[in-house]
Design a protein around this ligand. Sequence first.
Ligand code: HDD
Length: 684
Amino acid sequence: MGQSSRNSNNSADRKNEQLKKYRIQNTGKRITTNEGLKVANNDSTLKVGERGPVLMEDFHFFQKQLHFDTERIPERVVHARGFGAHGVFETYKSMKKVTKACFLQEAGLETPVFVRFSTVQGGKGSKDTARDVRGFAVKFYTEEGNYDLLGLPFPVFIVHDPFKFVDSQHALKPEPHNDMPTASAAHDNFWDFVANNQESAHFVMWAMSDRAIPRSWRMMEGFGVNIFRFVNEQGKATFVRFHWKPILGIHSFLMEEAQIIGGVDPDFHRRDLWESIDRGAFPVFELGVQMIGEEDADKFDFDVIDPTKLWPEELVPVEIIGKMTLNKNVDNFFAETEQVAFDVTNLVPGINFTNDPILQGRTFTYKLTQMHRLGGPNYTEIPINQSLCPFHNNQRDGFKRHRIDIDQVNYFRNSIAQNTPGPTSPEEGGFLHYPEKVEGSKIKASSASFKDFFSQARLFWNSMSPVEKLHIIEAFSFELAKLDRPSIRQQVIDMFVNVDQDMATTIADNVGANPPTGKHVPVDASSPALSQANTPHYSFSLRVGVLIGNGFKGNEVRKVIDFLKQQGIFVEIVSEKLGTLSGDDGTEVKVDKTFLSTHNVLFDSLYIVGGQSSNQLEFDRYISEFISGVYKHYKPIGIATTGQAHFQATKMNNLAGVVFADNSPEFAKEFSLAIAQQRFWDRV
Ligand code: HDD
């Protein structure tokens, strides 16, 4: 097989084509049993007389009911709540020099992908906006088989030995005696685990930071966390870590917003993804790689295969090598998002394992969980999991086997089929494990080089802006205040003094613990790439709520709304009742949401127009409630000439980020710039 035929071709629609034959349209069809029998009655069970008992003979009823009784499958143990979308990955430049991975060989190659974003702690029905590490799982349907890149929005893991993974997740999940709390780590078990497994310090700093409450999955970074190897045609290996960089920048909610949204719209993130794809505002992430030559591995003050450490971008730059565009929503949540099965061992030639212990520990576990969830070993035949290239081997049978293997031979080596299906040489695209030389005694131990738990946790702290630091302190104070046991609070304070004395002392004061006595580790370095203060800001696809009643100034409001929409801003009209509102010149606007059916936390900004209403008092009260929420959360507010009355400057506020139509000829432009800025932290 030549090189070019192993490459992904440019048909991003191939997965779509493959799925097409499974898409069934039921509308307009006659109802049948699952065996295809047309039925004459679809309203009632079969009974003896109208009021008589139901008969066993009613196989149609039984099939319908029995199917319902079994229509749930086990939810994922962790990452249970998630949502997926289809897309395409485009390679920017050839990576031939470092990897023979087929989909990275040439600029312009396109590979279909399926992505599933998830939360970890909560069950399938929990809220999207929980403070949590998330999942960012990408399946590339390459010409050489499926390649899965499973990521998190943090670059580091909670433990460095997979033996403790189960403990960490048990401790994170709701406490077993009362199954509380849902989708939250704010409980004794989690923090007890943290204090007694101090390698978690770095991960916990990320979990307490704004990274754990993203504004949108579209504005969230993804990290492959584990350390992989790129391997080129010559067999030369390079250590590699993967990064997804959202082109909209990295943005977060405030803790209070995330908590309120958990109640008023628990589906916020999936709705945000769905709506942006639906409106053609496709989420885009660039793929970056950090690479360290094997010969340079010893040059750093951290062990490069330690998954609780990051490689600072200032030391090891991120090279951008492609982009992923999510451009199609699923047709059916269960068939696609729920049945998609990711596996860290889904590799292609050119991408290989290292001795990163967490990666090693993950290698067998995904297959088992998919077999358990999806009812046996044939889950790779489910349409969303099928590879684009055909598969051939001698595995047979098992629950729900779809394919009909027509060969007599189902073993290797054989003479009947001339030893086929047979292996492929590495030169022709056969996968080989990297022939790393290893030696040593069998011991149950972790490397001493992994045991600096606090230097990078402090590097992270040093890299935060003052606002981000404040948010970390608030998050710790919130979580620790919820614990039942003062002793755990104290253990956590005494642990995190190693990261920063002031931070730990302030938290101790907030939660009634004793001030810590220790000192933080002597690290002054920072990594500006870790701070969200340095991320790009755009107004594109942010949500603006227009609070409006009848009698608005048609000309003024129309121009502003048109301008915002031209910038790709999502505009929603909010008023007291659904229906149509009229302006002074006959301009009409359709109301999208009522004050009751939405909430100020669901908007990135407000445009206050005001107007008349049948219940003026109530109308004005709602507007002032919306304003005070959005003002409190530092978000931009635009005030139309008619909206002025709703917004009084006082000695108590400095009006940062509030734009008035009255004193600005370029109001729409200024307002959209304020929307792009997103937060005005200097507001009082
Ligand atoms: Fe894992 C799911 C990512 C460590 C065992 N993992 C899962 C998902 C992601 C990750 C994104 C969700 C996939 C989906 O949407 O269906 N996991 C990671 C990363 C890790 C990591 C980046 C560390 C670097 N995981 C890890 C360890 C183990 C597991 C150490 C066990 C030894 N992970 C699982 C699992 C899950 C899973 C139990 C649950 C649901 C599933 O696999 O499909 O097998």
